[in-house]
Ligand binder design. Structure first.
Ligand code: VG1
Ligand code: CO
Length: 542
């Protein structure tokens, strides 16, 4: 009943920031997905009798690869798989299921914010038993295995019908198809005051949530409309589609422009939010205001105690290195720990497991807490709603009040997409080569105080990750960070992160372009962006 199929290694299966991502036609090559899945089964630990969670964001190829993954699990001695109905599981819901069911790990099929469809992207990520993304030690082991693999094992029979909730068998293996929303929604009810949020909505708090045709549609509809009583139509684009309605499921001002226009217009609701392909990220808006993800992290950390799940206060905050230092100011004032990690959620897992931090966040619109081991888009939305219900203020009032108390970190990220890979690498190498001589150099009014290539030593397991991005810090605390994306699938994406701290409340209402003008010019002067990439302007500013 088990077939062993001969195969040859592919040389490009190294996982990036968040799993292996490639264009669909590349992933659909014969044996491509099978090789990577077999490498996961070979390279990861599974205690006898334990389960593996399987689900994805519903993009093109999702259902096909899930059926293969189930058949391969059966052929690789997995005792049980827990699969989301119709192959759907948001990334945070998968993390929750792994933890609740004490599974050995999970296979999440997603390329997150990357576009989907036959010409779009596909991806596979592996999460470990704590529910979090596999750390580098594990992804390295999977990658090594992909380079030597000679065959894979697959069960000959068909996988069960994914639309039917219930338990069946494939050979020795149990297959449990579960409602993807139920356990996750129950977890949210333990963290937030649903009664209070429901009352605020009944009392006139208005909101819209754009699911961007991605996986959070069913979650948001159940939680916001059914459990919290928001009117039907609160959730926009709530039915998952294989190509996300032709858009990019990336919750930012570019790809969620209709939602942004609504919130900036005359008929704006009080609160707006959007999430990405696999439901782990969020964009937060208020009437007339876009909250930058870095500010959202800081506001959530400063106000989390208003939600029942965090009433005891938070132990500490972790942020990825390019994320603004707004959260650091909250940590300093509250006397709690602050940790700076490389980009990617996998670096937060150890800190969360050790109880060093409660809340984590990234400038790319990922925030989350110790309730799971992934970033969680709807969690952030519910925490915001809980805070709005408790404080009875508008989003703009809360954010402006936050700046008045802690100061404002003006912030923007500029992305240069599909840049020539060699040119992008040379740009980074040239920067690295000049780091040692940079301190003391003056650019306009800015003087470099420190410059380095960020490296991180995990305080829990001592593992070291080098080459995580070039940081240039100026006296006064402004920063420019340069790094290359680890999630793109074409050429290279250069990300330039710009940050300026402004303590004076009289200067908190500048347009961000004005506040950051000198830093933008300095980034080009130091990075030689125009000269090396041929790009005068970034493709996306978030
Ligand atoms: C991007 C973001 C990073 C995020 C990662 C995965 O990575 O910058 O903050 O953790 O995507 O998010 P990169 O290497 O392209 O900058 V997701 O929502 O794709 O799981
Ligand atoms: Co995502």
């Amino acid at each position: 009943m088990i077939s062993t199929v001969a195969t040859k290694p592919f040389d490009d299966q190294k996982p990036g920031t968040s799993g292996l991502r490639k264009k669909v036609p590349h992933f659909a090559q014969e044996n491509y997905a099978e090789n990577f899945l077999q490498a996961i089964f070979d390279a990861t630990e599974r205690p006898a009798g334990s389960a593996v969670v399987i689900g994805g964001d519903g993009r093109y190829l999702n259902a096909t690869v899930i059926r293969k993954a189930i058949r391969m699990a059966a052929a690789n001695g997995v005792a049980k798989v827990i699969v989301g109905q119709n192959g759907l599981l948001s990334t945070p819901a998968a993390s929750n299921l792994i933890r609740q069911r004490k599974a050995a790990g999970g296979i999440v099929l997603s390329a997150s914010h990357n576009p989907g469809g036959p010409d779009g992207d596909f991806g596979i990520k592996y999460n470990i038993a704590n529910g979090g993304p596999a750390p580098e030690g594990v992804t390295d082991a999977i990658y090594r295995r992909t380079k030597e693999i000679q065959d894979y094992r697959i069960w000959d029979g068909e996988a069960p019908d994914l639309s039917l909730i219930g338990t069946s068998r494939l050979g020795q293996m149990e297959v449990e198809i579960v409602d993807p929303v139920a356990d996750y929604a129950a977890l949210m009810e333990t963290l937030f005051d649903f009664g209070k949020i429901r009352a605020a909505i009944q009392g006139g708090l208005t909101l819209r949530f754009d699911a961007m045709h991605a996986v959070t549609g069913p979650y948001a509809t159940e939680i916001l409309e059914r459990r919290l009583g928001a009117p039907e139509g609160t959730v926009l684009n709530g039915v998952p589609s294989e190509d996300f309605g032709g858009g990019h499921p990336d919750p930012n001002v570019v790809w969620a422009a209709p939602l942004v226009d609504l919130l900036m217009g005359p008929t704006a609701p009080d609160f707006g939010a959007a999430s990405d392909g696999d439901g782990d990220r969020n964009m937060i808006l208020g009437r007339g205001i876009v909250v930058t993800p870095s500010d959202s992290l800081a506001v959530l950390a400063a106000n989390a105690h208003l939600a029942p799940g965090y009433a005891k206060g938070i132990a500490g905050i972790a942020r990825s290195m390019p994320t603004s230092q707004a959260a650091d100011r909250v940590a300093q004032k509250r006397g709690i720990g602050i940790y700076e990690t490389p980009t990617g959620w996998k670096f937060f897992g150890n800190l969360l497991d050790a109880g060093k931090v409660t809340i984590c966040g990234e400038e790319s619109a990922g925030t989350g807490s110790d309730h799971v081991r992934e970033k969680d888009g709807l969690w952030a939305v519910l925490l915001w709603l809980n805070i709005l219900a408790e404080r009875g203020q508008s989003v703009a009032e809360i954010v402006k009040g936050h700046w008045a108390e802690f100061g404002r970190n003006y912030y923007q990220r500029h992305d240069y997409e599909e840049v020539d890979k060699a040119a992008a690498e040379e740009l980074m190498n040239s920067l690295r080569g000049r780091l040692a001589s940079m301190a003391g150099q003056r650019f306009g009014t800015l003087v470099v105080s420190e410059a380095d290539d960020f490296s991180y030593k995990d305080p829990i397991d001592g593992s070291v990750s080098t080459g995580q991005g070039v940081r240039i810090v100026f006296s006064g605390g402004s920063r420019i960070v340069f790094r290359l994306s680890g999630t793109g699938t074409v050429g290279a994406t250069l990300r330039v992160y710009l940050e300026r701290f402004e303590p004076d409340p009289a200067r908190h209402d500048l347009p961000v372009e004005v506040a950051l003008k000198e830093l933008v010019e300095t980034a080009d002067a130091i990075g030689e962006i125009k000269a090396r990439t041929g790009r005068a302007e970034p493709d996306v500013r978030t």
